[in-house]
Design a binder for this molecule. Structure first.
Ligand code: NAP
Length: 253
């Protein structure tokens, strides 16, 4: 087992895709997950199998609202369950829009979830009242789109680039106690991509496969990378942006 049965992991976006695969992998490796998403039933159902249910606690919340209250909420959570071992930030939204279709409201909504809420959660976790003393650490989900030009992904790409850059600053600022790392996934087969592509999804997957030397991603591939960063096997790694993309970015280099 990578983790102790007293290690509590706070995982956002824990009901679907990458966050779900990470939550389940943490439990299989001995840890306890406090999972966050808006839809409580979906969250609970996702961990209803007895392998997971005794090691999972649901804390439903819309992270894009009342962002100034997030710090107080995280302190309440650590009082309720115990100090947290790690923060894994996977909740995110994505849209593809040309510049002429981008409204300030839509940009703000996306940045509220993909960036501003994450900074407040990290701020809360940085307190000794919230995080444990045994290699506490943070993993955030950036994206390879943070590094490349992408038609229609002005807001989404900027939010992921902002996150990646923050990780580097925060890793320095928190180095005396807390490791901070980012994962940059390529295309991973999840609800996010299915919703985005709609009826073109299968066609899209076939076309994108040519751009992925190791094939399109599965959530489990990201979970494996995340487990490594969360574990003490990564004890000398902080401030990194780990690309996990089946070699896709090699073709864009
Ligand atoms: N899939 C990819 O190809 C890919 C590639 C690079 C990076 N990423 C990043 O990886 C992360 C996970 O992506 P995914 O593909 O796994 O997405 P997903 O399957 O759509 O899952 C998103 C998760 O976030 C939760 N969520 C959405 N809005 C929320 C809100 N306002 N408050 C709280 N929770 C919220 C969702 O649950 P509710 O709807 O119930 O709230 C769900 O649990 C995202 O940050 C994404 O940008 C994904």
């Amino acid at each position: 087992m990578l983790f102790k049965d007293t290690d509590h992991f706070f995982v956002t976006g824990a009901s679907s895709g990458i966050g779900l695969a990470i939550g389940q992998a943490i439990i299989k490796n001995g840890g306890i997950v406090v999972g966050v998403a808006r839809d409580e039933k979906k969250l609970i159902d996702a961990y209803s199998d007895s392998v997971y249910s005794n090691h999972f606690f649901a804390e439903p919340r819309d992270l894009s609202c009342d962002i100034d209250q997030l710090q107080r909420w995280v302190i309440e959570i650590s009082n309720k369950y115990g100090k947290l071992k790690a923060l894994v930030l996977c909740a995110g939204i994505r849209y593809t829009k040309p510049l002429k279709a981008i409204s300030y409201e839509a940009s703000l909504k996306l940045f509220n979830l993909n960036y501003f809420s994450e900074i407040q959660l990290i701020k809360a976790f940085s307190s000794r009242v919230v995080s444990c003393d045994d290699d506490p650490n943070i993993v955030v989900m950036s994206s390879i789109v943070a590094l490349n030009s992408n038609m229609g992904l002005c807001d989404y790409g900027a939010s992921k680039a902002a996150l990646l850059n923050s990780v580097k600053s925060l890793a320095l600022e928190l180095a005396s106690r807390i490791r901070v790392n980012a994962i940059l996934p390529g295309f991973v087969d999840t609800d996010m991509i299915q919703k985005w592509q709609g009826s073109h999804y299968e066609e899209f997957k076939n076309s994108i496969n040519n751009h992925y030397p190791l094939g399109i991603g599965k959530p489990e591939y990201i979970a494996d990378a995340c487990l490594f960063l969360l574990s003490d096997k990564a004890r000398w790694i902080t401030g990194t942006g780990m690309i996990v993309d089946g070699g896709a970015s090699l073709l864009n280099a």
